[in-house]
Design a protein around this ligand. Structure first.
Ligand SMILES: Nc1ncnc2c1ncn2[C@@H]1O[C@H](COP(=O)(O)OP(=O)(O)OP(=O)(O)O)[C@@H](O)[C@H]1O
Ligand SMILES: [Mg+2]
Length: 305
């Protein structure tokens, strides 16, 4: 089996060289920790179904297991993650895209033992970036690989950025509520993923949020998983559910993670189950940070002609 980092170096080499160059330039030892960081995206079809709560609280649960976790807010709209943590970082992804700061420079430690990369509406500009800019941004991302886990809280719905992240993530978590509109939209995003990517196992995982109980959640999940398998030929794993729990709303109002405010509440226990399950199921080799960079390179090549 080919080493992921070596593949990446090869891409870097090819991208760096002028077409006519006779010799390969010495490979830059990039993404050394490629195998290390596990990338988890959290996406939904419909907005407001619990992406940011899941991202932040899952990060906390992983941190409590001794992992170094970064939550990256890739939402195009409001800067969600920092609001949920009552933080106003001076810099955010906008400054990285504008090359005023590096990702490392905008990384902020929180009081909860996790770090965050604050989002910005300017993040949408990654879609319009030129090849060079995109390359720069990617090398910036590489500097985050000293983390064990990077959780990317994406915006709801589909954009090419969201798809890029999903395609390359080790685990692409789709979150829905039992509401018919949320289910329809979640199915919509799964369908787009299936159409875009010709791969049965994309590491898609389903979380049902705001459920009345395990039975209701299981029903919702079973239906979606069956439809995805039958009609889209796409494997979706059921990761678990989160109770509809007033403790979540209370914590949101206090701008603190519910895992901190009320570690014994029903929602916190559900998060713990979800994270335990994720920790038991380590990602495969076809996914990961190297794969993500590869995909991003591929799309930048395509965009660049
Ligand atoms: N398990 C839950 N129990 C009760 N309320 C919940 C639960 N999960 C989420 N909520 C409510 O839903 C709101 C939206 O959650 P959250 O901000 O995590 O969603 P989101 O998907 O990130 O939204 P957006 O698409 O706007 O980024 C929360 O502020 C909270 O009031
Ligand atoms: Mg959000």
């Amino acid at each position: 089996m080919e080493d992921q980092a070596e593949k990446l170096r090869e891409i870097m080499r090819r991208k760096k060289e002028p077409i006519a160059a006779p010799k390969a330039a010495p490979a830059k030892p990039v993404a050394k920790a490629a195998e290390k960081a596990r990338i988890i995206t959290v996406t939904s079809g419909k907005g407001g179904v619990g992406k940011t709560n899941l991202s932040v609280n899952m990060a906390l649960a992983f941190a409590r297991m001794g992992k170094k976790v970064i939550v990256m807010d890739a939402d195009l709209g409001l800067a969600n993650v920092n609001v949920m943590l009552n933080m106003i970082p001076k810099y955010n992804l906008y400054h990285v895209i504008k090359k005023q700061k590096t990702i490392r420079e905008i990384l902020v430690e929180t009081e909860y033992g996790i770090s965050i990369v604050a989002g910005a509406s300017g993040f949408s500009q990654i879609a319009n970036m030129g090849e060079e800019d995109r390359k720069d941004f990617i090398s910036e991302l590489e500097t985050l690989t000293n983390a064990d886990i990077i959780i990317i809280d994406t915006s709801a719905g589909v954009s090419s950025n969201v798809l890029d992240f999903i395609a390359a993530a080790d685990d692409a978590v789709i979150i829905t509520t039992p509401e018919p509109t949320a289910i329809t939209d979640a199915y919509g995003i799964i369908k787009i993923i299936a159409t875009e990517y010709d791969s049965f196992n994309m590491g898609l995982k389903l979380v049902v949020n705001r459920a009345k109980g395990a039975g209701q959640a299981r029903n919702v999940a079973d239906r979606m998983i069956n439809i995805a398998g039958q009609f889209l030929n796409l494997k979706v794993d059921y990761l678990g559910f989160i109770y509809d729990d007033m403790a979540v709303q209370h914590a949101v109002l206090r701008q603190k993670p519910f895992m901190v405010v009320d570690p014994k509440c029903k929602a916190s226990i559900c998060i713990q189950h979800i994270v335990d399950r994720m920790d038991r199921n380590k990602p495969g080799e076809t996914t990961g940070f190297g794969a993500m960079l590869k995909r991003l390179f591929k799309s930048s090549q395509e965009a660049g002609g």
